[in-house]
Design a protein around this ligand. Structure first.
Ligand SMILES: Cc1ncc(COP(=O)(O)O)c(C=O)c1O
Length: 375
């Protein structure tokens, strides 16, 4: 699959230091609009902010009526609330000092509803105690393991419904619903992905019936990521919330694996040739501190201008390409690179240059790049 990105004008191409993280504003706005279109309404979206970690993007969502957000860290939660989100789900089980930090968020932003995932009674008890002592209410979503085997409780686990029901009996907490993340669903064929999602969904519905039989409602389901976004979007259950993150910026990894997704890469890295150590080698200032070391070496980035180049050495500050086209380039020449995995790449940059018609028009901060903002 080929991915083109818009060109930079001769200036800033000459003067912008590399490596530089770029966002093409038109592409970003088109992805936001496409996401609302796929979701069919802004209300059904709860996008994950870990892809970009930028307040400005949360503000763009809020302007478009998307008020519910998902986050992976306390800093991301704080960023979302400060940027106008009304409802923030920490899709990460709070443990240790993060329990008090989450409660502090609820105290600091009383107009925002905060909730978190949970899959074990112990942190639930601790969260309840902290929330009740502070006089705040935190929503808790049962983290349901539908096959990824990363976190959560499988729907068939005896006691899963009872654990969810217990939330309703703990002071300071309220049941938020089920968190259903399925990052293991990576079928390239949309029909196969749909079938896999239908199978996981029927297990989730069985668990819902069990929770309801215990007298606890399941008001919402926070479902899926980008690959399963169209699958959950096609379902009509009004309690389904859609939680893609990567689609905001998109990347060459998802773009090549899931050709059905209507999103184009909105982020790229400006890199330059720093050396030509052999006839067929080009060394770029695009080490693994400039583009994420994920996926494995060899496929971490895509060059629209050198799509067949072999990615040989990837060290902290250097990426060495092997290509018969090396002679086209000299030290100082620039290339644009599309990350294969954009989310950890965003976290490598303190700021991003916003590109409009080839020009840099502003810089945005990667607001929640650090693990702590104020709390
Ligand atoms: C819990 C959770 N929800 C949603 C997402 C968003 O998924 P995607 O990156 O496929 O958009 C992720 C991604 O890692 C995640 O971990």
């Amino acid at each position: 699959m080929e991915f083109s990105v818009p060109a930079l004008a001769p200036e800033p191409l000459a003067s912008l230091p590399s490596p530089a993280y770029l966002i093409f504003r038109d592409r970003l706005l088109a992805n936001l609009d496409s996401m609302i279109q796929v979701a069919k309404s802004a209300d059904r979206l709860r996008p994950h902010c870990k892809t970009h970690k930028m307040s400005r993007i949360i503000e763009l969502w809020v302007e478009r009526g998307v008020k519910k957000h998902k986050a992976a860290t306390i800093a991301e939660c704080e960023m979302c609330a400060a940027a106008g989100a009304e409802d923030v789900l920490l899709a990460y089980n709070p443990v240790g000092p993060n329990i008090d930090r989450l409660v502090s968020l609820a105290e600091t932003f009383p107009d925002c509803r905060f909730s978190a995932t949970c899959d074990d009674p112990r942190p639930l008890q601790l969260l309840s105690r902290a929330a009740a002592a502070a006089g705040v209410t935190i929503g808790v979503w049962l983290d349901v393991n539908v096959g990824m085997q990363r976190t959560g409780i499988t729907p068939e686990t005896p006691g899963a419904a009872a654990l969810y029901h217990s939330i309703s009996e703990l002071p300071g907490l309220e049941p938020g619903g089920f968190h259903v993340y399925d990052g293991h669903q990576r079928q390239g064929d949309l029909m196969e992905r749909r079938a896999a999602v239908a199978a996981e969904w029927s297990r989730v519905l069985t668990l819902r019936s069990e929770a309801e039989a215990l007298g606890t409602a399941v008001p919402a389901f926070a479902c899926g990521g980008t690959p399963t976004f169209p699958c959950y979007a096609a379902m009509s259950d009004p309690a389904i919330e859609l939680c893609p993150g990567t689609s905001v910026l998109s990347d060459s990894g998802y773009g090549s694996t899931f050709p059905d997704l209507p999103f184009a890469p909105a982020a790229a890295i400006l890199t330059r040739v720093v050396s030509r150590p052999a006839e067929n080698r080009l060394t770029l200032d695009l080490g693994n501190k400039a583009v994420a070391a994920d996926p494995p070496k060899g496929a971490r980035v895509y060059f629209p201008d050198l799509p067949a180049a072999v990615q040989d050495i990837h060290s902290e500050e250097h990426l060495v390409l092997i290509t018969p086209e090396a002679e086209r380039f000299a030290p100082g020449d620039a290339l644009l690179a599309v990350p294969a995995h954009v989310c950890p790449t965003s976290a490598l940059y303190d700021e991003v240059a916003i590109v409009d018609n080839g020009q840099i028009t502003e810089y945005w901060k990667t607001t929640s790049r650090n693990r702590r903002i104020s709390l």
